[in-house]
Design a protein. Sequence first.
Length: 484
Amino acid sequence: MLRPWKTLFNISFHTDHTLVRQISEVIRNEIIRGRLESGASLPGSRALAQDIGVNRKTVVFAYEALIAEGWLESRHKSGTFIAKNLPLIAETSKPVLKRIVSNFNYIQHDSFDLNDRPLDGNLIVFNEGGPDTRLAPLRELSMAYKRVFQRQGKWRLLGYGSEKGDLKLREMIAVMLARDRGLHADVADICITRGSQMAIYLAAKVLVHPGDVVVVENPGYYAARKLFHEAGAVLKTVDVDKDGINVDALEELCLQTKIKAVYVTPHHQFPTTVMMKAGRRIKLIELSLKYHFAVIEDDYDHEYHFGAGNNLALASNYKAANVIYISSLSKLIAPAIRMGYITGPAAFMKSLVNLRVQIDRQGDAIMEHAIAELMEDGTMARHARKVVAVYKERRDLMEACLLQNFGDQVSFRKPEGGLACWVKFNREMNFPQYMELLKLRGVQVVPPGSFYLNNQPSDYIRLGYGSLNKEELTEGLKVMSCTL
């Protein structure tokens, strides 16, 4: 018999579990461990209640529950004992109960390496090109969110809405696309998603049958490659040069094999930041019609352009019947605000929306409506102008610091837009070792191999400057140059 009972029962009065359940679990676990043997007597309910500081009825209820389960038995005028025929009899007493392992089959998904978040809060992080969350219009967004709840008839937004997303937000996006990107999209063919990543996933699932060939840029966006691969696609790469994806090489590939889709980032190519030239844009669209493949245009940071012109979306071309357009508001507001969208041919979009319903009934209708109001009253446009000016200054500072700290050790093209710079090291680099040394000195960079199929070695690295202020940028690049 274990004594004293006070040390055995660790009862908490500040938990969701009832006292009856806590007492029952202690006795049950001690029996399973073999520390309370069959036939052993338990203290009377009054004595145990006094020992552990609870009401006697609490102990009585616990004993009765264990008797009903077969763990205990009551003997008239003798007391309460551990049952002779226990529900579970262990051959050997073990301090820890062995867990039963699951034995069903399932599909094993490989890990998804996320290179856009810091490994440590104290690091200066050159990410893939994320925005500075310190610039997010939080006050305006919170006020708009609050107004939605205060408005008469707000209850309508609390139920199920359209699986395509809030109607007002889709209307505002349609206006913005027509005004700023030359793309005339039917509101009925726009679907709001939880970020552009979800939009790419949906497009891949609707387009790809196992064995279909999907062409991706090289170097390119690793997350898109993974999504197409998971959908069963056979991936083929086409190189990117100073004018964007090589459409002549793409045409040669079309002559060799049937292509289902081509994924491109024409506005600021990921990761090289180059803009696809007009001639290549036209030829890509013509190839899509001639060889019957879809073009998935990922316009992930259209707002951040610092050059003389603002290239229209690839999907704005009057021949772009096979183009599926994807973009996001997350980089304009903040990554935590998961707000992407996708539009394309009506029949394709109907199928995509039907799939979206299966995995996500609808998005955050309140947040979508709040953002729509900020777009309607001009707040989002003012915010965009403000942050574009800030990021242009940081782009110029990045250029100056690279030249000052690295000199001819690196080569790069000053990006016309976006939030990152594509830098080539003019010497042989051991990047894994270099990255480890940087982390020891408080700087984190994105693994360069992730931009290439099969993580092939590269002399290039993508350095995001958007999320870093002047001091962080200056110090981070100084550390990087001193660590070479």
